[in-house]
Design a protein around this ligand. Structure first.
Ligand code: KG4
Ligand code: ZN
Length: 375
């Protein structure tokens, strides 16, 4: 009953926020992203210029619980959806009649959360009759490096591009010749890079979300103090593996206790710095290998939540700068982590590739690998 009333409220909102249609020389897309704990809506112009990007997160609550509780996240998303949509359209100064399409994350993520976003998007589509574009969350991340808030400084991309996509759910290397065309050249065999940060942070007893907390602890620590073995260094290929690093950290902390070495802040800082450095070194080495094998690569793009890591950014800029490869990161940290602007951008490129694309029948799924158009 509550759900039906919620759908009714979305329908009423959409019909009220529909003004007179005026022809525009650019294409505005509404993006909706609810794959994890966040409720985000954004308006993006021509796939790149962010006119608004609103993110309501229930992260503060999950700091207390030590992790996301899916049921609670979905409830908060139901509550936040209409205010977030209203805020995004209001900040961009547009109504539904100004939009060219609605793009929504359809997979992968927490199923209940994804359903909140896709159900809202379907209802908006029913009322507004705008094209509806389901977007794979990872494709959104792959588009995040060309987002900008500044219409006078629109990033240009020189393909072929190598994209390192590192988040809590995946660690992938994509060789791309166009925004939607490319091949996966490397991927993680076990944990994702974000999980290496999150699980490492748990071993230190740090609060959720682990990545930023571990980076904070590591700041200023001695990165050479502890040695972590470089994963997959004796194998060919471009895959990643992080579970060994996490196990090495576990034993290092256990040995500390066995040797009765007190866990002082400076002892922990050096371990955290060495561990963070080991994760970054592994990402760096495998990325360098791909660049060695593909000398045509002009630019390296780094996307996903882990790309917000300051040590990673520094090391990649230093290493690839000296190789003559431009390193592109999202223009602000809000575009590294989950946001709806990247979904709107992906929706734009999907619509460009297929102007009649509008899918009301699609599956909302918790899993599913991204498939790019093959080369
Ligand atoms: O892309 P994202 O927001 O969500 C997923 O699609 O998974 O990435 C979240 C991941 C988490 O594992 C989080 O700990 C990590 O990104 N992360 C970081 C930092 N900020 C977020 N890891 C290291 N350093 C950071 N500053
Ligand atoms: Zn993500």
């Amino acid at each position: 009953m509550f759900f039906v009333a919620w759908l009714g409220r979305i329908a009423v909102y959409a019909s009220m926020a529909t003004g007179l249609h005026k022809p525009l020389s650019f294409m505005l897309i509404l993006g909706i992203e609810t794959s994890c704990d966040e409720t985000s809506a954004a308006i993006v112009e021509d796939g790149q210029v962010v006119r608004s990007c609103v993110i309501a997160s229930s992260l503060a609550f999950f700091v207390k619980t030590g992790g996301v509780i899916p049921e609670y996240a979905a409830r908060r998303q139901v509550e936040s959806m209409i205010p977030v949509l209203r805020h995004a359209l209001g900040e961009a100064g547009v109504s539904f009649s100004d939009l060219a399409a609605i793009a929504v994350t359809s997979c992968p993520g927490l199923l209940g959360s994804l359903l909140v976003g896709t159900t809202a998007a379907r209802m908006l589509q029913t009322v507004t009759k705008l094209p509806l574009i389901p977007v794979h969350h990872t494709l959104g991340h792959l588009c995040s490096t060309w987002l900008t808030d500044d219409s006078s400084a629109i990033p240009t991309i020189q393909f072929p591009v190598l994209t390192l996509s590192v988040s809590g759910g995946h660690s992938d290397l994509w060789y791309r010749t166009m925004p939607l065309t490319g091949k996966l050249v490397g991927s993680t065999r076990d944990d994702a890079a974000g999980e290496a940060f999150d699980k490492g942070a748990t071993l230190f007893g740090l609060p959720y979300p682990g990545g930023p907390a571990l980076a904070k602890l590591a700041f200023g620590g001695d990165r050479t103090k502890h040695h972590f073995p470089l994963p997959l260094s004796h194998e060919d290929g471009f895959d990643f593996s992080f579970s060994g690093l996490k196990t090495a950290l576990k034993y290092l902390l256990r040995d500390l206790d066995a040797q009765k070495i007190e866990r002082t802040p400076s002892v922990l800082k050096d371990i955290a710095a060495s561990y963070e450095h080991a994760i970054v070194q592994h990402l760096l080495k495998q990325t360098e290998r791909v660049c060695d094998a593909h000398p045509d690569i002009r630019e390296l793009h780094i996307v996903g939540g882990v790309s917000a890591n300051a040590h990673l950014q520094f090391m990649f800029r230093e290493t690839f700068g000296s190789r003559g490869i431009d390193v592109h990161l999202p223009t602000k940290s809000a575009y590294c982590t989950d946001n709806a602007a990247m979904i709107a951008s992906a929706g734009y490129f999907l619509l460009q590739a297929n102007p009649v694309l509008s899918k009301t029948s699609f599956h909302t799924q918790s899993t599913g690998r991204l498939q790019l158009e093959t080369l």
